[in-house]
Ligand binder design. Structure first.
Ligand code: G4P
Length: 535
């Protein structure tokens, strides 16, 4: 197959949801349809049920045995579908944000009983920021949920995006009859049960006035006619371009556990979801069909076996063909690297590969060369941007409790923060270390891993900061003046960018108001200026 065709048949995406909406179940059913697994129950949930480091580590260990769960690739109707896993716990939301930089589109799962939940709103914000195309799957239609029209309104209001139903449910809960596909005009009748593949059982219905509809749906037929007429009257016709631009999100209804609506979702997904597209880098945009190779690291998975310190760096290929054993240029280090055993992932298995294409995610064994956001190229000195660090919300100072192990602690903190577990800020020429996270659980995980992987121990002393933001100004003098009386509340991030710790919302707003020549940024992606607040 030629190079262009290889790119065009790739669909790289992530499923995102609030915990419990059905992400794991849907993932598993997609793999079932893709023939990547034969029975349900093969996909391990990444849900942390007890909010403790040991629970998290246990899940990571089980999953670490097959890091393959980070990327699940399968072939479906001639398409290479790459499904990237995202963590289920809110404290690891940043990991999810980074994964979103490596995909071309997203499927968002909503629980029809609960509607839009807080984590969904935040995830969707990131998609909107990046203009990522989103398909919404309203799950659990076998339960008594919210009225579908109310749900549609709620989706639009809370997710801030125009939605367009492409299927519509016929009743729900105990009387759920199925869905009518407004896109291909097929009626899919619901039968519960779902660990095996159902037949493709759509009944083609071109005209909803056909008496067959009454025969199949009984008393629910007229409701479907009314609902459909209302949707067609109110919603603009679906336009693929609008979806690809991130302006309109098509909506499907189904029940993942019952295998219902999943094939439809997958068939529409491969038909409309984007193939790998151009990616912005600092020097220029990189098109996937360029011959020279480029890619970036968006995730680093520690090998949780303490005897082997190796890690796996996950690299998203942006352009060119990747080849095993070829020398590539590590742009940040200015170093040539060769990869002898790059891996790709087919569902549960990790497979050694000789080549990979744009859109693919490959695992590279790493002995400490990579950190999140690193770019590999054929030689060109470009860096992809778009691996943002978000402003953390919880801050603690690291206190070494075993002075004999200072070096181990230093190395551990550096490596764990390179992995993106948390953000590191330093003061006093690096002597004072402050860790910033979005959740409490990360501190426990850091402490646990420092002890088990590096033999270092520390405790954390809480700091009462509200937010950290990156500050810049075209006028160096302004930064100097700002810094003069605030040295205790300024630090450097790992790339030596200046960071300001605001003690309260009020204090932050005042600092912004009083310093019009200084820009305050809430993600590290400030070169793109999308998240800048200047008074
Ligand atoms: P998550 O990864 O988004 O956190 O959700 P997950 O798939 O683990 O699903 C959360 C719960 O919802 C699970 O039940 C799952 O069986 C159930 N579920 C998923 N899809 C559907 C659906 O279409 N209908 C109904 N009624 N339930 C669904 P659980 O009791 O938490 O776990 P389990 O013991 O069944 O594994």
């Amino acid at each position: 197959m030629d190079y262009i065709k290889e790119i065009e048949r790739r669909r790289t995406f992530a499923i995102i949801s609030h915990p419990d909406a059905g992400k794991t179940t849907l993932t598993e059913k997609l793999l079932l349809f893709g023939g990547a697994i034969q029975v349900a129950g093969a996909v391990k949930s990444n849900k942390i049920r007890r909010d403790t480091a040991s629970d998290f580590m246990e899940i990571e260990r089980q999953r670490g045995i097959s890091v393959a769960t980070s990327v699940m690739g399968f072939d479906y109707r001639g398409f290479q579908v790459n499904l990237l896993d995202t963590p289920g716990h809110k404290d690891f939301a940043e990991d999810t944000y980074r994964t979103l930089t490596a995909v071309d589109s997203v499927v968002l799962v909503i629980d029809c009983v609960k509607g839009v939940e807080p984590q969904t709103e935040r995830l969707m914000e990131v998609c909107r920021m990046r203009k990522t195309p989103v398909i919404i799957f309203v799950n659990k239609m076998d339960r008594e949920g919210k009225n579908p029209f109310d749900l549609i309104n709620e989706l639009e209001a809370k997710l801030n995006i125009t939605v367009r139903p492409l299927s519509w449910p016929v009743s729900m809960g105990s009387s759920f009859k199925g869905v009518y596909n407004l896109y291909d005009r097929g009626l899919y009748l619901f039968t519960p049960g779902g660990n095996t593949l159902p037949d493709d059982d759509a009944v083609a219905i071109d005209d909803l006035d056909d008496p067959l509809v009454d025969k199949l749906l009984g008393g629910h037929a007229s409701q479907l006619r009314d609902d459909t007429a209302l949707i067609e009257g109110v919603c603009a016709p679906f336009e693929k371009r609008q979806y690809l631009d991130g302006n309109v999100a098509p909506v499907f209804f189904g029940s993942a556990i019952n295998n219902f609506g999943v094939r439809e979702l997958l068939d529409t997904f491969i038909a409309i979801a984007p193939a790998p597209g151009a990616r912005p880098a600092d020097l220029r945009a990189v098109a996937p069909d360029e011959k020279s190779f480029s890619g970036f690291v968006f995730k680093i998975h520690a090998n949780l076996d303490p005897r082997h310190r190796d890690r796996i760096a996950f690299l998203r290929i942006c352009s060119g063909k990747f080849e095993r054993n070829k020398l590539y240029h590590h742009v940040r280090l200015g170093k040539a690297l060769r990869f002898r055993s790059p891996a790709t992932f087919m569902a549960q298995e990790k497979i050694l590969i000789d080549e990979a294409y744009p859109g693919d995610v490959i695992g590279l064994y790493d002995t400490g060369n990579f950190k999140i956001g690193d770019t590999l190229t054929d030689g060109e000195k470009l860096m992809f941007h778009g691996i943002p660090s978000f402003s953390p919300e919880i801050f603690k100072e690291v206190i070494n409790t075993d002075p004999m192990k200072s070096k181990q602690l230093e190395k551990g903190i550096q490596q764990l923060t390179d992995e993106g577990v948390a953000q590191l800020f330093t003061q006093d020429q690096g002597n004072r270390k402050i860790i910033g996270t979005v959740g409490e659980l990360q501190f426990e995980v850091i402490q646990y891993r420092l002890l088990h992987e590096y033999g270092a121990s520390c405790r954390f002393s809480p700091l009462d900061y509200f937010k950290a933001c990156w500050i810049t100004s075209e006028d160096r003098q302004k930064i100097k003046e700002f810094s003069k009386y605030r040295t205790a509340r300024l630090a450097l991030d790992k790339d030596a960018n200046l960071v300001f710790f605001a003690e309260s919302k009020w204090n932050l707003q005042r600092s912004i108001d009083e310093n019009p020549k200084i820009s305050f940024h809430f993600t590290s992606e400030f070169k793109t200026a999308a998240n800048t607040v200047t008074a």
